[in-house]
Every structure is written in structure tokens, then in C-alpha cells.
Design a protein around this ligand. Structure first.
Ligand code: CMC
Length: 469
């Protein structure tokens, strides 16, 4: 299937073997079963242990190091499938036939043209915005361009007037590196391809629109951030290949395309993680899927979640070389500081995604002195952390530890590591939102009130400096 990339498949299958071997002594999990609501579970801070819903989409088993999408283990999916197939699998529940896959790819190609959204995006100071903030803005602009969700109420004219079309006339274009181009937008000519479902912003079509659109916007934002114009997609490249191409402007090699594809598969879904939960909470209010994905992007960017991959590279740069690792780690350990790219709420064994990405990072950096230096520091740090924290607290590398080294070796800047995570996770967010909505109940947990409840009201003139609230 993947010509010239059989070495990558071997790396993945070796990781699978290692994962099976390392957790073979762990007890077989109590397999999942339908819930009879209300369910009893022990809940810790941060909703640890809480069961929020049933799902058939994916399963993470922390002691066995399992990550399963719709019944298939992650290693087999990385070895034998493509991101397009996996996205289809997550949404529909089964792997597509050739005909189904061809139709799905055609749909994604149709939906990746977000010219008008990109034009709108260019009227904002993208070069001054963090890429995740720009991406979140971009999903909002897609919502405005392609849907009618607001227009039944009071915004119909505004939406039409703001929206741009292919003939937009640049009123003033400042030179590269300066503020941003200002456009006068003509009345929108609605694209004939827009589907009914898309206009309502809730159904499957909107999910596929987002899957393709968020990738397309990430490419555009990467270019705009460094003062360059977005590049057109290449019809000969896959979803993964186009992602690299539109971000860097360079055609990826077959190996780079394949590795990006594997990385997208690895990041596509991961249980009730914070960003998935955020997306589902928004959807559960019967908001729409664009705003749900926007919430997912917002939650993902934090350093305890998807933002960790960017911090890992900063940390490796700060360490400087592999000889510095033991002293650097000791200092952090004594101060009880967290090491980015390690630890996980669920995994108490190696994160299977790190088992794949670690060797891929090694493979990708073997010919580049600077990337190889970073990889060596990472490897030395992994050894040190696992020796101490692995033994004491079952803390191991997670998905974010090696992904940045892989992306850097493809020429991708550190502030785009988290947007790449988002591009892939759109598949999981939207699949889980759609699944949850079939049996929707608004999310509404409680907080335990521990404050006072019998205070006497104090009028403002009587509130002295010393009165505590
Ligand atoms: N380095 C050092 N100690 C750690 C780390 C770490 N990376 N992670 C957890 N610990 C310790 C923590 O100090 C605590 O120790 P103690 O019990 O002595 O106070 C214990 O392990 C439990 O930590 P926690 O923060 O309560 O665990 P959690 O389940 O709430 O948090 C986590 C999980 C991923 C937020 C956390 O491990 C962390 O902050 N890791 C670093 C950031 C990171 O790499 N995030 C990416 C997560 S994986 C991909 C994703 O979801 O995006």
C-alpha cells in the first residue's frame, strides 16, 4: 500500500510487539459493559473516575497501554490504514470499502476550499496571534461563511455583507511583515456546493467540513504568520501530505507524508480527554458543531493537554545537551516541578502513542545534526524520568513527548505542534459529539458548596477596610 515506506510499518509493528510484551503481566481489563443509569463510581478531583456516558468510539486502558478505535488497536490502524480511513471509521463505526473511501475523500477535497474564510482571516492580525487562537477564530469564520444558523434570527444581512468572495477587491495591502491587509468585501456569492446540512451546522456534513477546513486553515495560518500567501492544495497529495505542503510550501517526501499520516492517526481520538469533554459539553446544550470544535481547540491549547508538545521542545532546548540531563532533572525533581511530555491521567504504563512516536523521532532525526541533538537529549531525559518517576509514580512519556521532534524534522515550527494535534482531533471531537447527541442529556455536574451561608448584608458605607469577604 505505502510504497517506499515499509520501514515505517516495521517501526510501528515493533512498537506493537514491545507494548504487548511490556504489559503482558498486567491483568486483563474488566471489559466494558452497558450502563444501568444511575451508575456508581468513585470520583476524584478533576472528575477523575467519573463516568459521563457510554461510547462505542474508542477505549483507553491505562494498565495494559491499550488505545482502541472502534475495536481496532492503534498499532494496526497506524500500520495498515490512512487518516482518511480512520476518520471514516471513527464517525461511521466501520472501515470504508474502496468506493466509500473514494467518495469520502472527494467530499474532503470539496470541503477544503475555504477561500472566503481565509480572506476574512487575513483581515485580522494573524502574525500577532497564537496559531491556536487564529485557528479558533478560523472555525468561527467558517461557521459564519457556510451556515445559516444565525440568520433566522437577526444576523442574516450582516453575515452576507461581511462575507467575502473570490472577487474581493484589496483596498489597501500593507507590505509583508507589517500589520495586515485590509479588504473591502463584496456581497457574498454563495458557493453552489454548500449542502443543506452544513447550513444547519450540526450534522455529519458539518463534521467533515470541519475536518477538512481546520486542516486547510492550519496550512493558511502557518503561511500568513510568516508573511506569505496561502498555497493551493495539491490534488496528488493525501490529507497528511497536503497538511505538510500547505504549511511549509514544500512537497513532502513519501516518508514525511507517511509519518504525518501515522501521527494524525495517533492523535485522532483519546477517550474523554479535556478537549473532547469541552466539545461535548458545548454540544450537549444543543449549540452547534462549529462552536463545539472551537471549544475543543480552546481546551487543547493548554500546556497540561495538547500544548505540552510545544513546551517539550522549549524544555529540550533549555537543557541544551544530553550531559546536562541528570542535573537538570534532579533540580526539577527536588522542586517537584512537572516535566512536560510525561504523565497521564489514564496511562500507568507506556503511552502506546509514545511507543510509536519515539522510534519515528529517532528515524526522522538520524540525518540532521540539530534534530539528532534534540532527540538525544529527549532519550536521555526519558531514561532519567522513567528510572525515578516511572518507578515511584508510574509516570512515562506521553504522546506529546516525541511528536514535536518528529514535526521539527519536517520543518514545522514549534507553535504549530498543537494546531496539528487539533487538526487530527477534529475527527474524535466530531465523532463523539455526533454519538452523544443521539442520546443527548445536557452536562451539568455539581460543585460542593463549602462557603458560609448566613452572612448579614453590610451596606457599602459600613464596609471598612478590614472587613474580609
Ligand atoms: N512530571 C513530574 N511529576 C508529575 C508529572 C510530570 N509530568 N505528571 C504527574 N506528576 C506527579 C504529580 O506531581 C503528582 O505527584 P504527587 O502525587 O506526589 O503530588 C502525581 O504525579 C499525580 O499528578 P497529577 O497532576 O495529579 O495527575 P493528573 O492525572 O491530574 O494529570 C497530567 C495528568 C497529564 C496533566 C500530568 O501528568 C501533567 O501535568 N503532565 C505534564 C503535561 C503533559 O505532558 N501533558 C500532556 C498530557 S498527554 C496528551 C494530552 O492529553 O494532551
Amino acid at each position: 500500500m505505502h510504497e517506499n515506506t515499509s520501514e515505517i510499518t516495521d517501526i510501528i509493528l515493533n512498537a506493537k510487539e514491545r507494548a504487548i510484551k511490556e504489559t503482558s503481566r498486567e491483568p486483563e481489563p474488566e471489559l466494558t459493559k452497558p450502563i444501568n443509569w444511575p451508575v456508581e463510581c468513585v470520583v476524584g478531583p478533576g472528575l477523575e473516575g467519573a463516568i459521563a456516558c457510554e461510547t462505542r468510539i474508542g477505549y483507553v486502558n491505562g494498565s495494559k497501554g491499550w488505545l482502541i478505535y472502534r475495536g481496532y488497536n492503534i498499532f494496526d490502524l497506524c500500520a495498515y490504514a490512512t487518516f482518511e480511513e480512520v476518520s471514516y471509521l471513527l464517525m461511521y463505526g466501520y472501515l470504508p470499502s474502496n468506493t466509500q473511501l473514494a467518495a469520502f475523500k472527494k467530499k474532503l477535497v470539496e470541503y477544503r476550499s475555504t477561500h472566503q474564510t481565509k480572506r476574512l482571516l487575513m483581515s485580522f492580525p494573524i502574525e500577532k496571534m497564537k496559531p491556536m487562537a487564529a485557528l479558533r477564530l478560523g472555525t468561527n469564520l467558517m461557521r459564519q461563511e457556510f451556515t445559516d444558523v444565525d440568520s433566522d434570527n437577526y444576523l442574516s444581512n450582516v453575515v452576507r455583507i461581511i462575507a467575502a468572495d473570490e472577487d474581493s477587491i484589496p483596498m489597501e495591502t500593507k507590505p509583508r511583515g507589517e500589520e495586515h491587509a485590509i479588504y473591502e468585501f463584496k456581497r457574498q456569492q454563495r458557493e453552489h456546493m454548500i449542502k443543506e446540512d452544513l447550513k444547519h451546522a450540526t450534522g455529519f456534513e458539518s463534521c467533515f467540513h470541519l475536518l477538512s477546513g481546520v486542516a486547510s486553515l492550519t496550512g493558511a495560518i502557518a503561511r500568513l504568520r510568516c508573511g506569505k500567501m496561502p498555497v493551493e492544495h495539491d490534488p496528488d497529495l493525501s490529507f497528511a501530505g497536503n497538511l505538510i505542503f500547505t504549511m511549509t510550501g514544500k512537497k513532502p517526501t513519501a516518508i514525511e507524508e507517511r509519518i504525518m499520516d501515522v501521527s494524525l492517526i495517533l492523535h485522532a481520538d483519546h477517550g474523554m480527554n479535556a478537549s473532547t469533554f469541552a466539545a461535548m459539553v458545548v454540544a450537549s446544550t444543543l449549540s452547534d458543531v462549529y462552536l463545539s470544535v472551537g471549544a475543543g481547540i480552546a481546551a487543547l491549547q493548554g500546556p497540561l493537554h495538547g500544548g505540552a508538545n510545544e513546551r517539550v521542545i522549549e524544555m529540550l532546548q533549555e537543557i541544551g545537551n544530553e550531559e546536562n540531563v541528570p542535573a537538570w532533572f534532579e533540580k526539577k525533581h527536588v522542586k517537584k516541578e512537572k516535566i512536560m511530555g510525561f504523565g497521564h491521567r489514564v496511562y500507568k504504563s507506556y503511552d502506546p502513542r509514545a511507543l510509536v512516536l519515539g522510534p519515528l523521532a529517532k528515524y526522522m532525526t538520524k540525518e540532521n545534526k540539530e534534530s539528532k541533538r534534540l532527540y538525544k537529549i529527549a532519550k536521555a531525559l526519558e531514561k532519567e524520568v522513567v528510572k525515578t518517576l516511572g518507578a515511584q509514580k508510574r509516570i512515562f512519556p506521553n504522546v506529546d513527548f516525541y511528536s514535536g521532534i518528529v514535526y521539527s524534522s519536517m520543518g514545522i515550527e514549534a507553535d504549530f505542534f498543537t494546531p496539528l494535534f487539533a487538526v487530527s482531533r477534529v475527527a474524535g471531537w466530531t465523532a463523539r459529539v455526533q454519538e452523544y447527541l443521539r442520546n443527548n442529556r445536557i452536562f451539568r455536574p455539581r460543585a460542593m458548596y463549602v462557603g458560609p451561608y448566613d452572612k448579614e448584608f453590610t451596606f457599602i458605607e459600613n464596609r471598612g477596610r478590614n472587613i474580609k469577604t
